[in-house]
Design a binder for this molecule. Structure first.
Ligand code: G16
Length: 548
């Protein structure tokens, strides 16, 4: 076939089982995605769910993991065959999730496709994923993901252009059928946006004065962004960004910036050689980890501290319209919102639930316990943005991370918080655990476990205040009379078996009790969580696989 006259092919196919998007798109083992037609079926299901995109722009990029390049070519050819007018793709097929969101917004694109399984491991034996983002730059809402799933269940054919592969490594324009393909610098638009929000000069001055940073890009997508921003633009010393080259298998590591998979950063921060700030991001660049010298900052605390200090940062000087957090995230941010007299919203897990609130101007900053924070500058969580927020606040306050955290607790009280994950448990056991808890819910209020008295218990349902949609069964909440909380939910991002997450929170107003070791401070609630849900009985596990 002559590449300059590509033909649109209609390829016959059959539905695959279970292409239902999870918390953040469709995530499966890479080998599942490599099956003939698997990716194409899902991509066609996306396009078949959308209306009015003919001739419009689509943004496309991924986190560079194994199979990214092949997948990009398939999506390009299908987007052209389905009628998009222009496809904007990051050079090398690379775009971090927040950068994709920024490009969708800056280019006023119809939407975007991000290829990533986020913090899940990559490589031939790892995971792959794909998600669709709408024109506001954010993850598609449930109405669209459900429509995509419905199409995937009945699909009979998909459209693709038969053409040679597009050169992804040279910025510029090429023609693919009737569509234009524009290969762009994946960093430029994002960097410009960051510069509009933060006082780069104040941060650069802090680095000139000797401030030290260690940012671990975890051999994932943020490497090029972090190098360009932290080292080249802000003058953090060479070597401040480590594991900066995106690798197809993330160097064999698990690109999840938590205390387990980035333990070396915690060890560094606790050592005499600690830089002033240690930070990391995940596979696709939307998560963040913040650790000051001898001071880990939980994502829930980080959200609260960013909200309390946002007015010190150029882009947020006018103050915040409101704050939103996912339900399992600790209630530390609620205390800040209350003091500021601004709105506070509690949403189900998943960034897509923040989109309407941000679009309606109800909130400026959002965050999740799962290491996500961001603002209305994009419609995704944003790892590098969170680090820049901290850097800007540190540059203005001229105090250490530990001082800022401690002063925050002294002012608002401390929300001791931990998440216990039971990974890859049998789905039947996990579902039985949840079903049995649901049955118990109506009789829990008023009962006591040890010294803990339950005030209320429910299965969280969210009524979206903007579009009126209702999302039920979003996690089981056990609320205690002293303000403590246990939350149970099943992960929506795993690719094998089920992952049970148990979120444990205890509020401590007394500054004299702010130095307890976290697991010790939560021990009675942890014991109660086991008793209530009979985790051992249902999962066969005597302890969590990951504690963060
Ligand atoms: C995704 C979503 C997040 C959500 C997280 C929860 O994160 O984007 O909004 O908090 O999943 O994961 P789980 O359902 O496993 O608890 P990411 O970084 O994987 O895209």
């Amino acid at each position: 076939m002559n590449a300059s006259f590509p033909q649109i092919q209609t390829v016959a196919t059959k539905p695959f089982a279970d292409q239902r998007p999870g918390t953040s798109g469709l995530r499966k083992k890479t080998t599942v995605f490599q099956q003939p037609h698997y990716l194409a079926n899902f991509v066609q299901s996306i396009f078949s769910s959308l209306e009015g995109f003919e001739g419009k722009k689509l943004v496309l990029g991924g986190d560079g993991r194994f199979f990214n390049r092949e997948a990009i070519q398939i999506v390009l050819k299908m987007a052209a065959a389905n009628g998009f007018g222009e496809i904007i793709v990051g050079r090398g097929g690379i775009l971090s999730t927040p950068a994709a969101s920024a490009v969708i917004r800056a280019e006023k694109a119809f939407g975007g496709i991000v290829l990533s399984a986020s913090h899940n491991p990559g490589g031939p034996d790892g995971d792959f994923g794909i998600k669709y983002n709408i024109s506001n730059g954010g993850p598609a809402p449930e109405k669209i993901t459900e429509a995509i799933f419905a199409h995937s269940e009945t699909i009979e054919s998909y459209k693709i252009i038969e053409a040679t592969n597009v050169d992804l490594d040279t910025p510029g324009e090429t023609q693919l059928g009737a569509a234009k393909v524009r290969v762009v610098d994946p960093v430029a638009i994002y960097l410009e946006l960051m510069e509009s929000l933060f006082d780069f000069e104040a941060i650069a001055a802090m680095f000139r004065d000797g401030f030290t940073l260690k940012f671990d890009a975890m051999s994932a997508v943020t490497g090029p962004y972090a190098k360009a921003i932290f080292e080249e633009r802000l003058g953090a010393g060479p070597g401040s960004v480590i594991n900066a080259e995106p690798l197809e298998d993330f160097g064999g590591h698990h690109p999840d910036p938590n205390l387990v998979h980035a333990k070396h950063l915690l060890d560094l921060a606790m050592s005499a050689q600690s830089p002033d700030l240690c930070a990391a991001s995940d596979g696709d660049g939307d998560r963040n980890l913040i650790i000051g010298r001898s001071q880990f900052v939980t994502p829930s605390d980080s959200l609260a501290i960013l909200a309390a200090n946002a007015h010190l940062v150029k882009g947020y000087r006018a103050g915040l319209a409101g704050v939103a957090r996912s339900m399992p995230t600790s209630r530390a941010a609620d205390l800040v919102a209350k003091k500021l007299g601004i709105g506070m919203y509690e949403t189900p897990t998943g960034w897509k639930f923040f989109g309407n609130l941000l679009d309606a101007g109800r909130v400026t900053i959002c965050g999740e316990e799962s290491a996500g924070a961001s603002s209305n500058h994009v419609r995704e969580k944003d790892g590098v943005w969170a680090v820049l927020m901290w850097l800007n606040i540190l540059a203005v306050r001229k105090q250490s991370v530990a001082d800022i955290v401690r002063l925050h607790w002294a002012e608002y009280g401390r929300n001791y918080y931990s998440r216990h994950d039971y990974e890859e448990v049998a789905s039947e056991g996990a579902n039985a655990l949840v079903a049995s808890l649901r049955k118990k819910l109506p009789c829990l209020a008023g009962t006591s476990f040890g010294g803990l008295k339950i005030e209320a218990a429910d299965d969280f349902a969210y009524n979206d205040p903007i579009d009126g949609s209702v999302s039920k069964q979003q996690g089981i909440r056990i609320l205690f009379t002293d303000g403590s909380r246990i939350v149970y939910r099943l992960s929506g991002t795993g690719t094998s078996g089920a992952t049970l997450r148990v979120y444990i929170e205890r509020y401590e107003p007394d500054p004299a009790k702010h130095d307890l070791e976290t697991q010790g401070a939560l021990a009675d609630l942890v014991a109660c969580a086991e008793k209530l849900a009979e985790i051992r009985h249902h999962t066969g596990r005597t302890e969590p696989s990951v504690i963060t």
